[in-house]
Design a protein around this ligand. Structure first.
Ligand SMILES: Nc1ncnc2c1ncn2[C@@H]1O[C@H](COP(=O)(O)OP(=O)(O)OP(=O)(O)O)[C@@H](O)[C@H]1O
Ligand SMILES: Cc1ncsc1CCO
Ligand SMILES: [Mg+2]
Length: 272
């Protein structure tokens, strides 16, 4: 019998997945941009995962297969790193993709499309990134931050999920997560999170940690990771005075989340 995915069901799933990360300490290879490395590693540690920022091509054949998941982010893409990204994505481990600023250049678009063909479990981007990747068009680029609302990219996300086979997540005031058929919304978070660089990169890494701890359902893992990260932002905001202190308090809140806070705090629902 199909289970009914009530808000309470999502709350229990979110807590179960965070608990699985804490219990299993998934090892996640992170080939991520230079801006994001610190917040990505610290957010993952606070959540209970084990991040490793290893991107040398010569190390990929030994290291990637030992990981529970791989996280690839093209934010500060260079020609040198692309072969490592491709090799790590081909290692047979579940992997999660953040196509930062995909429309910045033709080179970046081609790189992202070639990575997409290597079957990520999840792609997470902001609305402008998902719109550009779905349309394969790099002519509307305005920067690494989104110039669209997440709802603007919902149809593009569904189309991208269907064409790529990945779960696609669009972040924003409301996060949408889709496998091309079902759409789930996660409505946690605070607007100030956009004023901290690489919070998007950090939440994509958290999705990789959740997939690494339990690869059985990438849609559920992505929705729960996004909601939990947003919830940590809400709690962090209670003590923050601006972006710099929110960054610190968000990481502390992620570390301190307990069962009652998660089960009653995550706002996830399956859209009709
Ligand atoms: N207006 C908002 N209200 C609440 N939460 C938000 C809002 N905008 C973004 N967020 C949250 O902030 C996090 C980062 O999402 P965002 O869409 O800003 O990513 P991004 O543009 O890829 O960021 P970056 O490139 O800096 O890593 C997500 O967890 C998202 O849910
Ligand atoms: C600011 C910036 N530039 C390239 S990557 C990055 C971090 C946010 O994605
Ligand atoms: Mg981003």
């Amino acid at each position: 019998m199909d289970e009914v995915r009530t808000e309470a069901w999502w709350g229990r799933r979110a807590w179960a997945l965070l608990s699985a990360v804490r219990a299993r300490t998934p090892l996640v290879q992170c080939i991520t941009n230079l801006v994001s490395m610190d917040i990505v590693a610290n957010a993952m540690l606070a959540a209970g995962a084990s991040p490793a920022m290893i991107h040398c091509l010569r190390e990929v054949p030994d290291f990637s297969p030992r990981c529970d998941a791989v996280y690839i982010n093209v934010g500060t893409l260079s020609e040198d790193w692309l072969p490592s990204m491709r090799a790590a994505a081909s290692s047979g481990r579940p992997w999660v993709f953040d196509p930062v600023a995909v429309a910045a250049s033709g080179f970046r678009m081609e790189a992202c499309l070639s990575l997409l063909a290597l079957r990520p479990a999840v792609v997470r981007g902001n609305a402008s990134e998902i719109l550009a990747l779905a349309s394969r068009s790099d002519d509307s680029f305005k920067g690494v931050d989104s110039s669209h609302d997440s709802s603007d990219a919902l149809q593009a996300a569904k189309a991208l999920a269907q064409s790529s086979g990945a779960v696609v997540a669009v972040s924003g005031a409301v996060d949408f997560i889709t496998d091309g058929m079902q759409v789930v919304s996660a409505s946690n978070g605070v607007p100030m999170m956009q004023k901290i660089t690489a919070t998007g990169c950090a939440v994509t890494a958290l999705i990789a940690a959740f997939v690494g701890a339990d690869p059985s359902d990438a849609l559920v893992a992505a929705a729960c990771a996004l909601a939990i990260f947003g919830l940590a932002g809400e709690i962090g905001m209670e003590s923050a005075r601006g972006p710099a202190s929110l960054r610190m308090h968000l990481i502390d809140a992620l570390y301190g989340l307990d069962e009652q806070t998660v089960t009653s705090g995550v706002k996830i629902s399956l859209l009709p």
